[in-house]
Write a protein that binds this ligand. Structure first.
Ligand SMILES: NC(=O)c1ccc[n+]([C@@H]2O[C@H](COP(=O)([O-])OP(=O)(O)OC[C@H]3O[C@@H](n4cnc5c(N)ncnc54)[C@H](OP(=O)(O)O)[C@@H]3O)[C@@H](O)[C@H]2O)c1
Length: 302
């Protein structure tokens, strides 16, 4: 089928483009810088410009039957007032414009919109969370809640809609692992804060597999956690990463140091969620990398 994809030039986007093409789909990207983005993607990918906050004509979807929505201002930056505004508005207004274009186009039957496990907030400690768990109360939970509400309006116009609550997507090319690798490679890695906070992670290949799985199963509507079945504590994550690299990982970054360096954004590392992929598992999705040790071994093999 023809799949329109936003966020194609980001960290997850190019891997998803590759996965979609390998599965036999046509890919049409919706990006801010079309020429630059197309130049980095395989031949045959088409596209149209898309900028959050600006209306998107229905013709921009080029007759797509499905839409996958990833675009949003990066969360990994100091949360000034302006940055918080961009993080929220890029998702809310971008999703709104996309849903309006889908409604007007009339060709789209399937919509998979990214969300994040941040939906559950940082206040649950070691409590096991599934799709049925309540949303949190912090900034990221509020952003995810508003983002999901905008995506759900596609359901109201008859489009089968899923919000994929992503865990920490692991690949050395980007995201959290890319940031963690330099200190861990120097033997200066370790737990942050108490180390008891949970990390709900997923290998990037399984994220791609799960998104394709969702695309092909329109009956899986509503929220779906896209995380590996074995979340680990931050201390266990640090230990596993050190072991995979053959480096010590006994350093410790106290919470107050991280807060002083990163401000409020430090909560992303200091608070976590213990999320299970209940709906994916029940629907029969098979993880290639269900355990962190095997995922890291694969990701760090060169
Ligand atoms: N990576 C993770 O571990 C993770 C975990 C949970 C949830 N997520 C969510 O999943 C989505 C994709 O993640 P990612 O890591 O691939 O993200 P990313 O690399 O930070 O960027 C994704 C795309 O967002 C677009 N973008 C950036 N700033 C924007 C702005 N101000 N307005 C509109 N669009 C903007 C860019 O699209 P253009 O191509 O148009 O430039 C970029 O390619 C994000 O929404 C992210 O919050 C990611």
């Amino acid at each position: 089928m023809k799949v329109a994809l936003t966020g194609a030039s980001g960290f997850m986007g190019p891997a998803l483009v590759q996965g979609l093409l390998e599965a036999g789909h046509q890919v049409h990207i919706l990006v801010r810088n079309l020429e630059q983005s197309l130049a980095k993607l395989p031949a045959g990918v088409t596209g149209a410009p898309f900028r959050a906050g600006e209306p998107l004509g229905p013709e921009a979807l080029a007759g797509a039957q499905a839409v996958i929505h990833l675009a949003g201002e990066p969360v990994n930056q100091r949360w000034t007032r302006e940055a918080k505004h961009r993080i929220r508005e890029s998702r809310v207004l971008g999703t709104r414009a996309l849903v309006e274009a889908m409604r007007a186009a009339g060709t789209v039957q399937r919509f998979v919109s990214a969300s994040a496990v941040g939906y559950y907030g940082g206040e649950h400690g070691a409590e096991v969370l599934t799709e049925a768990s309540a949303p949190g109360k912090d900034f990221l939970a509020g952003v995810s809640l508003s983002w999901e509400a905008e995506a759900a309006s596609a359901h109201e116009v008859g489009i089968r809609t899923t919000v994929a609550r992503m865990g920490v997507v692991l690949h050395p090319e980007g995201g959290a692992l890319h940031t963690m690798l330099p200190p861990f490679r120097m033997g200066a890695g370790g737990r942050v804060g108490s180390g008891k906070q949970y990390v709900s992670w997923i290998h990037r290949a399984d994220m791609v597999g799960a998104m394709l799985f969702l695309l092909e199963r329109p009956q899986l509507e509503g929220p779906v956690n896209v995380t590996a079945p074995e979340p680990v504590t931050n201390a266990d994550f640090a230990h596993a990463l050190g072991t995979a690299l053959g480096r010590p990982s006994v350093m410790h970054v106290p919470g107050f140091v991280l807060k002083a360096t990163l401000g409020e954004m430090a909560m992303v590392a200091l608070e976590g969620q213990r999320v299970l992929p209940k709906r994916l598992t029940e629907a029969g999705f098979t993880f290639r990398f269900p355990r962190l040790e095997e995922a890291l071994k694969d990701l760090l093999a060169t």
